[in-house]
Design a protein around this ligand. Structure first.
Ligand code: SAH
Length: 242
């Protein structure tokens, strides 16, 4: 059984979400990576309202229907917007603190790892937003991912997922790309987060370009449609069974 839930002592994003929820302000949610310079996630961004969301996210919420699963729901911003639209969702996250906040916000939330085989249900829409492919971690985990969503999709259901093509990070001055094709896939990233004194463990986070996603999806019986392109190498994809 592959099941991975966070402990509150190692849940920096959850701690930041709790702080912001209680005090309407929060400290710095710091992000470290072996591939990039130190960065920050503005905690307020995790609480964005429908109006503050990108066109791509709003499109996903518009398309979502029936019994909806909000995967890696964070503060619950998408589920809250869905609720205001009269749509019902189940929000899941591995973060105990985020799930607690979502419950306090009146959402139907539970602490669950998408990859936990004991988690079942039949969903018409599975929403995975804010680089939804991140949760997959690495390309090698796609078989497990597609098996999982096959089990969770109701007949005729779909996954709405956003991601971006990180190739722009490797663009040379002359416009060509410097990518080591013998190395790991360039969208495979590792992150570690810290909020105040709370440090999380490192985790793998996958950014996947549309063609690579389509290639893997087709091997597992899924067709992929590009619903929309964003402003910076990002896109919203719709996955459904062929
Ligand atoms: N969708 C939210 C939050 C994105 S951050 C938003 O757009 O604001 C990604 C979230 O995914 C984090 O809250 C993290 O705890 C959660 N997560 C990571 N791996 C997960 C898994 N295997 N199953 C469920 N949630 C997961």
């Amino acid at each position: 059984m592959s099941k991975h839930l966070l402990q509150a002592e190692k849940d920096p994003m959850g701690a930041a979400i709790t702080d912001y929820f209680k005090n309407r302000k929060a400290g710095r949610l710091r992000v470290f990576s072996s591939q990039f310079d130190e960065d920050e996630i503005p905690v307020q961004h995790l609480f964005r309202t429908f109006k503050e969301m990108s066109p791509l996210e709003r499109k996903a919420l518009d398309l979502a229907g029936g019994h909806i699963l909000d995967v890696g729901a964070g503060s619950g911003c998408h589920s809250l917007a869905l609720k205001e639209m009269g749509k019902e969702s189940l929000a899941i996250d591995i973060s105990p603190l985020a799930v607690e906040v979502m419950k306090e916000r009146g959402l139907n939330a539970q602490q669950t790892d998408l990859f936990d085989e004991h988690f079942c249900g039949q969903f018409d829409t599975i929403l995975m937003l804010m680089n939804g492919s991140g949760i997959v971690g690495k390309l090698s985990r796609f078989p497990e991912f597609f098996q999982r969503i096959k089990r969770l999709l109701a007949p005729g259901g779909c996954v709405l997922l956003d991601s971006s093509d990180l190739k722009y990070l490797y663009e040379d001055e002359d416009g060509s790309y410097v990518i080591d094709i013998a190395g790991d896939y360039y969208g495979e990233v590792d992150f570690r987060m810290q909020y105040k004194q709370v440090k999380g463990d490192a985790f793998d986070w996958l950014y996947v370009d549309f063609d690579t996603l389509s290639l893997y999806a087709s091997q597992f019986g899924f067709k992929v449609e590009k619903v929309m392109e964003g402003e910076h190498y990002d896109y919203l994809a719709k996955l459904s069974l062929m």
